[in-house]
Design a protein around this ligand. Structure first.
Ligand code: ADP
Ligand code: MG
Length: 591
């Protein structure tokens, strides 16, 4: 329950809605109980009329006055019912709206917080889990904020007013009539708890089913070519069977709900009539009182039912909020020490930098020192797993070094404002990711306001402009799930154009030419020489062809820099670089 305290700040924010909600609920209840009171008055009036009529001492005038009073009661009842309706509407308009607003705020808060968390967080947690907490868990919390609070307050107000009035009329009758209600409440609690558990099972089973279908149809080509259709149908049948089984269970549990309520109301009514009748014969209560009590019991049934339901909702909401809080309480360790925002020239200096991935314990970079001077084109070459991408990640400050430090211009990298630092870097990651959007929007991702000329030039520099022009929709071509399928090389080049649009001080290309042929690679590298003339670039690759033009090449092996120099210098060293060269020339030769 203490987890839900987190939401109190939102109650403070929306205190106006909450207070008005309480007021409206109280007014609704007040007008609601006018109904039974009028019924009692009317019945008592009719009883006394009948008694007097028996004695036949009624004047015509008295008769009309009886009729008139009866009409008055009916009028009051009607007006009260109308007002009750108005305030019921107002209650929903305040409490439920409050819950929707808080839901919106909370979702945004969680999303913003997610974005501030470091990459290591995303490694640790599955995307499905992140999605579930921002959608399902927030929805469950909303059920607490809206319906649970609304019915909770309604129950308290209605119970207090009705029961205290009932007790004032007759203590014993009240006690007997209310006896079945706690049993109802407890049984509903168990039923709704079972219902919730079962609904979740169904949800899970449904998500298994859809994941299965999605996978089967994404891989339909493999499925068909391996003639696995029958097996796939069999598995689908199994999954659906599971879903059906869970659904039938829910129906079985659901079936208890209304019989329980009706059974309890029935019992209360019988008790009211029996005990009430006895009391009436003793002259302790009137006939009107019995009718009134029966209506009260009916009025109380729903709130009492909701008590069980509300308890179950609150428990679920608390569990959900606990999951949300777990993520919200995680803080990013990548923070700026002094938030410097001075212009960055692009000199990067690594001072004995080591880095160990916390998740795997792998030391990916070991005591690496190098300097990347402003305007220099530096290349990093090494086999897979030698730590190249890790160095790029460290420069973008996606991770902080475990040991040693990185100096940008004259300051430690940690001193810079994070967004400011990253805005100066054009990073082309190794695994290309394009959003399901038009090519134009993907290229202009860094800055939506950028002109078409800039976009066009960037794609020319990345040597992908001619490909884009070949598509019927040109720059408006959709990529991703519903769009066209780009080749690996096209994606890589669009990703390069996206970095160039930023006009960065420092460009980092992380193995992003691996899927283009060497001829295209030459063209792109040549273009980049011109574009990046007075800017700094770090070119990372496992291919000699990508790095040989660089001013200086660092050879990385198992996280350490083992050689450095220009292409020619390294060749004469006859070390690892020469080996790479020979291997790759050999394989190119085979091609
Ligand atoms: N996110 C990660 N978590 C744990 N280990 C990682 C992660 N990324 C890379 N590694 C490990 O760090 C080492 C260096 O990886 P990486 O820098 O990607 O190499 P390269 O880019 O040269 O292929 C590898 O052994 C790899 O398994
Ligand atoms: Mg890599």
């Amino acid at each position: 329950m203490k987890e839900l305290k987190y939401l109190n700040k939102y109650f403070v924010k929306y205190k106006k809605h909450l207070l008005l909600g309480v007021l409206f609920i109280s007014l609704t209840v007040c007008f609601q109980i006018v109904g039974p009171q009028m019924v009692r008055e009317s019945l008592d009036l009719i009883t006394s009329y009948l008694e007097q009529a028996d004695n036949q001492n009624l004047t015509a005038e008295q008769k009309t006055s009886f009729g008139y009073r009866l009409l008055q009661y009916a009028g009051v009842l009607l007006i009260a019912a109308l007002l009750r309706g108005v305030f019921l509407y107002a209650t929903r308009q305040t409490v439920i709206i409050m819950s929707r607003r808080i839901e919106y705020d909370l979702k945004n808060e969680v999303y913003r917080h997610y974005q501030s968390l470091p990459l290591s967080f995303y490694r640790k947690n599955k995307t499905g889990d992140l999605m579930a907490r921002i959608s399902e868990d927030v929805s469950k919390v909303r059920m607490y904020l809206g319906p649970a609070i609304m019915y909770g307050i309604n129950l308290i107000v209605l119970f207090t007013i009705t029961v205290s009035y009932m007790v004032s009329v007759n203590k014993w009758l009240t006690l007997f009539v209310l006896l079945p209600l706690p049993i109802l409440s407890i049984s509903i609690y168990y039923v709704s708890d079972r219902m919730n558990v079962q609904s979740e099972r169904i949800q899970r089973s449904l998500s298994n089913l859809s994941t299965f279908v999605q996978e089967a149809f994404s891989g339909i080509r493999v499925l068909k070519s391996f003639v696995r259709e029958d097996d796939s149908s069999e598995r689908f049948t199994q999954e659906s069977k599971q879903y059906k089984k869970e659904s039938l269970k829910l129906v079985a549990i659901n079936s208890w709900f209304f019989p329980l309520i009706l059974g309890m109301i029935g019992t209360s009514t019988v008790i009211a009539v029996y005990v009430g009748g006895n009391e009436a014969m003793k002259g302790n209560v009137s006939v009107g009182n019995i009718a009134e009590f029966i209506i009260y019991v009916n009025l109380l049934t729903w709130p009492v039912t909701s008590l069980g339901w509300v308890t179950s909702i609150i428990q679920r909401a608390a569990a959900s909020q606990e999951r949300i809080n777990e993520f919200l309480s995680q803080k990013t360790d990548i923070v700026s020490t002094t938030n410097i925002k001075t212009s960055i020239e692009g000199t990067i200096c690594f001072n004995k930098v080591s880095f160990t991935y916390p998740s795997s314990g792998i030391e990916a970079v070991k005591e690496v020192s190098f300097e990347l001077k402003k305007g220099e084109k530096l290349a990093l070459i090494g086999g897979t797993g030698s730590g190249k991408s890790t160095i790029a990640n460290l420069i973008c400050r996606l991770y902080d070094p475990t040991n040693g430090d990185i100096i940008v211009d004259t300051q430690d990298i940690k001193a810079y404002d994070l967004a400011h630092l990253r805005s100066h870097i054009g990073y082309v990651p190794q695994d290309v990711f394009l959003f399901s959007d038009t090519i134009q929007n993907n290229v202009a991702f860094a800055d939506e306001t950028v002109s078409m000329d800039v976009i066009s030039q960037a794609t020319k520099d990345a040597y992908v402009h001619h490909n884009i022009m070949d598509f019927p929709d040109g720059f408006q071509t959709l990529v991703g799930e519903r769009g066209i399928t780009l080749s690996g090389g096209q994606k890589q080049r669009i990703s390069i154009a996206r970095a160039l649009v930023k006009n960065p001080k420092l460009l980092i290309l992380d193995d992003c030419l691996s899927a283009v042929d060497t001829k295209t690679e030459d063209i792109i590298l040549n273009n980049l020489q011109a574009v990046m003339k007075d800017k700094t670039a770090l070119i990372i690759s496992h291919r000699v062809s990508s790095v040989k033009f660089a001013d200086r090449i660092l050879v990385l092996d198992d996280g350490r820099i083992v050689e450095s120099g220009t292409h020619d210098e390294l060749l004469s060293q006859k070390g690892l670089y020469k080996q790479f060269c020979e291997q790759q020339l050999h394989s190119e030769g085979i091609k």
